[in-house]
Design a binder for this molecule. Structure first.
Ligand SMILES: CC(C)(COP(=O)(O)OP(=O)(O)OC[C@H]1O[C@@H](n2cnc3c(N)ncnc32)[C@H](O)[C@@H]1OP(=O)(O)O)[C@@H](O)C(=O)NCCC(=O)NCCS
Length: 193
């Protein structure tokens, strides 16, 4: 296990009980107030922890929404490292997921995906702030992420939630014909989200 994975594992186990409390609060909040950006109220919006048993379903979504999906093993490694890994539900439907690594106040949003059939219905807009709140409760003060310049949907989502570009990593991603840069974004989450 690398040092960073070990740190992640320690942080994960240290905060496990707090995570459960945070999620219960979010879930209660969802029952009373949740509505999607199309105005459609949805009492069943919930966030739960991702567990090993969910990985086949998560991986189904991953392969559907990315040209270069993570393997199921990468998800398993994130869980084993104790990263903050969550599932997004609408009733009994799994609509998406997120994975965040947090260490020394810095959080890295490693992945967020919404099942294709639920996209453009306000789910990411509902769940991203929930994830940022959980990340803040777990000690994250700044969130970093990388995104492909060609990923207009994700860039628009992050802009909507006040992420700013802080850099560009050249030739960071694999591409279908050539490598693609990564736009590096960050957002302070130490205040109001
Ligand atoms: C990016 C993603 C998570 C957005 O999820 P979503 O639930 O469809 O997003 P929402 O419906 O909540 O939309 C929220 C905002 O995102 C932006 N957005 C989402 N989809 C968009 C699209 N196809 N085109 C342009 N903007 C889009 C808009 O700003 C939108 O706000 P608006 O409705 O007021 O215009 C989803 O497209 C996805 O899973 N993509 C594949 C995985 C991915 O790229 N993850 C990010 C990796 S960095």
């Amino acid at each position: 296990m690398t040092f960073s994975l070990l740190v992640g594992a320690i942080i994960g186990s240290h905060y496990q009980s707090r995570v459960a409390v945070v999620i219960e609060l979010q879930s209660d909040q969802g029952v009373n107030t949740a509505s999607l950006t199309d105005g459609r109220p949805s009492a069943g919006l919930r966030v739960t922890q991702m567990l090993e048993e969910h990985l086949p379903l998560v991986h189904q979504i991953e392969t559907q929404v990315y040209d270069f999906p993570w393997s199921q093993k990468v998800f398993a490694d994130c869980l084993a490292a104790g990263y903050s890994c969550h599932l997004f539900w609408d009733g009994t439907d799994l609509v998406g997921y997120s994975l965040v690594a947090i260490a020394a106040g810095e959080a890295h949003l490693l992945n967020i995906g919404i099942d294709r059939q639920y996209q453009r219905r306000g789910y990411a807009a509902h769940f991203l702030p929930v994830v940022l709140n959980i990340t803040s409760d777990l000690g994250g003060r700044v969130v970093y992420l990388e995104v492909r310049p060609s990923n207009k949907a994700a860039l628009a989502l992050y802009r909507k939630f006040d992420f700013d570009q802080i850099g560009l990593r050249k030739n960071y991603y694999r591409g279908l014909t050539q490598r693609e840069d990564a736009v590096v974004l960050s957002r302070d989450i130490s205040g109001n989200i």
